[in-house]
Ligand binder design. Sequence first.
Ligand code: ADE
Length: 229
Amino acid sequence: MKIAIMGAMAEEIEPLLAQVENIKETTYANNKYYEATYQGKDIVIAYSKIGKVFASLTATILIEKFACDRLLFSGVAGAINKDLSIGDLIVANKLCQHDLDITAFGHPHGFVPEGGQFVYCDEKLLELSKKVAKNLDIHLYEGIIATGDQFVADNDKKAWISDTFCADALEMEGSSVGVICDALDVPFFILRAISDTADDSADVDFDEFLHNSAKISANFILNMVKEIE
Ligand code: ADE
C-alpha cells in the first residue's frame, strides 16, 4: 500500500514533512512530490496549489505516476455550519462543486451529466477516522463539504451554498480530488480544520489561523496513517 497525502498550500503539508522520514523529493509537472515513510508505511506528500484544476492534476499524478492506492487530503476550510469553530476538524462524507452550474438545462446546481451532484468519501476511511478521533478524544465533525474556485468571504454567498447543498464547510479542492479518486477507483478521505467562517472577516481570519489549523489537520492525518492497514 502507498498512501498519498495531499494539501493545497505549502503551509498545509509543512507539518507533515516535519514528522516523516526518508524523504525523497521529485519534481514533476511543475510541482514537488515527497516520497517518504511514516511508522514504516510508504507515503507520498504533495501540495497542489490552490483550486480545482491544480488539485485534479496533483491527485492524478499521485495515483498514476506514484502508484498511490489511498488518498488522504489535509487542509483548512471555511465553516458554514454554526457548530463549527476555528480549529475544529471536519471530515467530508460527501462533497460537491458549488460553482458547477448547468442549471440552464434543468439540472441541479453542482450536477454534471454522467457524473453526479455529490462524490462520496470512502466508508472504511470514514470509520477509521471516527475510531482515531475517539482514541485521541477529539471531536470530529462529519458533514458535507462544498468546493469551488472562489475564496468565500461573503455571508450571502455562504448562505446560498448552505441552502443549495446543505454544506457544512467550504474550500477549493476537495470535490475535484474526490472526482479523480472516484474515477480511478482509489479510496479517498478529505479532512479540513476550520480556519475562518467564510464571512467578511474570512481573509483576516484565514491569515491568522492557517498555520495552526493546518497543523491540527496534519496531526490527525498522521494518526490515521498509523492505523491504516
Ligand atoms: N479555505 C479556507 N477558508 C476558505 C474560504 N473562506 N473560502 C474558500 N476556501 C477556503
